[in-house]
Every structure is written in structure tokens, then in C-alpha cells.
Design a protein around this ligand. Structure first.
Ligand code: FPP
Length: 239
């Protein structure tokens, strides 16, 4: 019997995900919060594989926000180590699968070892033409807009247009997210891609991130497929 291929709408090129609920997932199992991050990493890997297989062009995962430094030191250290180890262990496989890896965020906030691991993984995969996997780390939407505005201001231009600012965001030249998903039952944007999600379709799932598997992702995609995106126009104009 042949397997039915999941439906991926043509207008779905970029999925962005706020991976929330790792801590609660671990606590529910009587484990330390950080064990949720470890399980969450497995899910991140599964999502990237699924998106690559289904021909999604871009997947952006919110791994560490500018505000996450305020978490207990033990958790921050664990996340940094997990990030460094994963970059080291996964880059070859990502490269083999033609994934282009890009870390978006203020990389200078990381220690030298992590910065080096990021540069190495990005350099290895830079010419790949498969899935673009963007990991938002030490990222904040407000930081992104502010750093873009600084760059435009430095160029001496006084009339700042939307186009000029967009070109300086860390996601410049990349199509904006069509679908933004947040897991973990909360319904907020938490300083993720503030500018870039102006017209994204939003999807909230009660599943905690380590429970959010590819079936759950496909459910979100199926929901997206039913939406009419109007970009400010009326539905009659689009008929
Ligand atoms: C939010 O859950 C999750 C994070 C702040 C970290 C996300 C990190 C991973 C999924 C692992 C690393 C992944 C990559 C791709 C580098 P939470 O801890 O706020 O959960 P809670 O709301 O239940 O406390």
C-alpha cells in the first residue's frame, strides 16, 4: 500500500516556531527542567527532518531569547553546552541532508568557543540548497529592529523606509514566516520575529514542545491550508 503524501500548500515556504513547554514537560515526569531541553532538542531535529523532506524552504526555531539569560545559571549553562554539543554533533548530518544552517541573533553574546562552533557549522553548510534552518539564539525582535535602525542611521539616510529597515534585519532577503507556531499552551509572541510576523498566520498548540511531533506539525500545516491570507485586502478582491 502506498503511503499518502502529506499536503503542503504552495504558499507555505517559511515556518517559524516558538518551542515552549520544555520545563513543564520535564517537571511532569519528576525530572529536572533541563531534561526537557534535551528532549526538546530531539524534537527540533525531527522538525528539521520533516520540513526538509516535505520541501518546506525555511524553518526558524526560537532556541534562546535575549531575555533567557535571566534564567537560573545552571539552566543557561546547560542550554549553552547543549547548543555547542549539538552544533558539533549535528553539522555533518545537516550538511549531508543539504541543510543550510544559520544562527540569527547577537552572536557576540556567546563565549568564544560557541562563536567558533557557530562559524564552523555555518561555513560548512553555507552553499547548501536544501532547507534553510535558522536558529534564533540570543535573539530578540526589538534587538533586531534596533540593530537594523542603527545600520541605516550609520549610512546617513534620514528618510527611513520599511524596505531599508527590512534589508538590515538579520533575516534580510528571506521570505517572511507564513506560519508561526507556538507550543506549550501560551498565546504570546515573546519578542520573537516582531517585524517579520506582521502578516504571519498564527497557530497555538497546547502540546508541550517535546510532545510536538511531526503529526502535530502537519496538523498546524493543515490548519494553515484552510486560512485565507488577505494582506489587508478584502476577500472579494482575492476571489
Ligand atoms: C522554552 O521552554 C524553551 C527554551 C527557552 C529553550 C528551547 C531549546 C530547545 C528546544 C533545545 C535547543 C534547541 C535548539 C534547536 C538549539 P521553557 O523552558 O520556557 O518551558 P516551560 O514554559 O515549560 O518552563
Amino acid at each position: 500500500m502506498s503511503e499518502i503524501k502529506p499536503y503542503i500548500p504552495e504558499n507555505l515556504q517559511h515556518i517559524a516556531i516558538i518551542m515552549d513547554g520544555n520545563g513543564r514537560w520535564a517537571q511532569k515526569r519528576g525530572k529536572k527542567r533541563v531534561m526537557g531541553h534535551k528532549a526538546g532538542m530531539e524534537r527540533a531535529r525531527e522538525m528539521a527532518e520533516y520540513c526538509g523532506e516535505q520541501g518546506i524552504k525555511i524553518l526558524t526555531l526560537f532556541a534562546f531569547s535575549s531575555e533567557n539569560w535571566k534564567r537560573p545559571q545552571e539552566e543557561v549553562t546547560f542550554l549553552m553546552d547543549l547548543f555547542a554539543t549539538s552544533l558539533k554533533n549535528e553539522s555533518k548530518k545537516l550538511h549531508k541532508n543539504k541543510v543550510k544552517l544559520s544562527i540569527i541573533g547577537d552572536k557576540f553574546g556567546f563565549d568564544r568557543r560557541l562563536q567558533k562552533a557557530i562559524d564552523k557549522a555555518e561555513d560548512l553548510t553555507k552553499d547548501n540548497d536544501g532547507l534553510l534552518l535558522q536558529i534564533a539564539a540570543n535573539y530578540g525582535g526589538r534587538w533586531d529592529i534596533a540593530q537594523a535602525a542603527t545600520k541605516v542611521a550609520k549610512s546617513g539616510i534620514i528618510e527611513i523606509t520599511e524596505e531599508l529597515l527590512s534589508e538590515e534585519l538579520v533575516t534580510a532577503e528571506i521570505v517572511e514566516p507564513d506560519l508561526m507556531i507556538r507550543t506549550g499552551g501560551e498565546q504570546r509572541i515573546s519578542n520573537f520575529l516582531l517585524w517579520q510576523t506582521a502578516y504571519s498566520e498564527l497557530y497555538f498548540s497546547d502540546a508541550l514542545w517535546p510532545d510536538f511531533n511531526s503529526d502535530e506539525l502537519q496538523k498546524a500545516i493543515d490548519d494553515f491550508a484552510k486560512r485565507q491570507r488577505r494582506f489587508g485586502q478584502t476577500s472579494e478582491q482575492l476571489d
